[in-house]
Ligand binder design. Sequence first.
Ligand code: GLU
Length: 457
Amino acid sequence: MTATVRFAPSPTGRIHIGNARTALFNWLFAQQRGGRFILRFDDTDLARSRREYADGIERDLGWLGIRPDAVHRQSERFAVYDAAVAKLKAAGLLYACYETAEELELRRKVRLSRKLPPVYGREALRLTDAERGALEAQGRKPHWRFLLPNFEADPFAPRRTEVTWDDLCRGPQTVDLASLSDPVLVREDGTYLYTLPSVADDVEMGISHVIRGDDHVTNTGAQIALFRALGAEPPAFGHHNLLTTSTGEGLSKRTGALSIEGLREDGIEAMSVASLAVLIGSSEAVTAARSLDELAARFDIAAASRGAAKFNPAELPVLNRALLREAPFDEVAERLAALGISGPKAEPFWLAVRDNVSRLSEAVGWWAIVANGAPGPQRIAEADRDFVREAFDLLPAEPWDAATFKAWTEAVKRASGRSGKQLFGPLRLALTGHDHGPALAELLPLMGRESVLARRP
Ligand code: GLU
């Protein structure tokens, strides 16, 4: 069976690394099966949804390497939901309710005090036509509830009704429909809550596997019932554990915490984000994958653990460093050029510095050092000054190549009697202004004799 999955964010903010986890689980799952990936914007909440967020989310996914086979917006699909409502009403499975939030809260308390489960008691089902008419005459508008199939003949005598599914991540799951209130599908003002549009679309779009965060597990019981009420076989479900910060806090789209956009701007590589987002909270070690294909080969949806996946953002620069130190020039050439690093020296330069950067943008500093020497005043110790000057006098004539540095420092060693740190430390400082950095043997030919001589203290 081929897979059709969907990632269904509501565009009320930009996506964060936890949302990326859901998107990537879906993407990798589909990739492994040659399936389809649908991006569906759950934007029925017209007041909070924004087109610019949706466009931003599409860009964020593109940056991660996710290319949807189709993009849909729920705000353009109300006819589908209206048809589903008509179908449910015709079957007597959607009923009008008129309680206010205060009335519902009061009833809930009464039920709790009677040791009854605090679910909706279906009181609105008892209303006569005349009572409904009277309420409407007072200006009350109904909201609409889905009648859960948790009774035999009498809806006021719900019985334990188990809905089960074999969760792709969590294994066998059971939800008792008698423990749930009939969900409200349509609000007083006629707007849709998440449940009905989601299920109607999953049916309509032929979604075979719903993969999402485990905050939706209880919803799934009612949703499975709704699939059946609409005459459809429910898809398979997989609920993965959610990412939390190391202090256990959840991430929120609205606060912008660890947004994909922010991480990208901070110079974190897409594959660092993807590797951490997918592998954390699983039995796989979190090491950087170079591509989504490589990640797909390592991904196992059943390997996600049940508990929250605590992650540490400090792992991102570590993964970045591991990725960059192996990044071939071709892979980064375009981005380097955008940073002003281009021309015949760009490739040998990249190969020289890639071991020393945890963000690609750090190459800019080294590029300037290669061209112009260390920024700011020289830091050479007084005791090393004459040594460095004399060393510079021994610089060989050009052409320079990879062997030049060795030949030069051998000569300096013979002349000065210095070796090891005593020898290389002051030279590195004079050439680059840093105590550590890329191999000088590789940098020297890129600098050239004239530029190096200008660094003589
Ligand atoms: N819009 C929902 C959310 O972001 C989608 C949940 C689902 O995948 O069904 O939580």
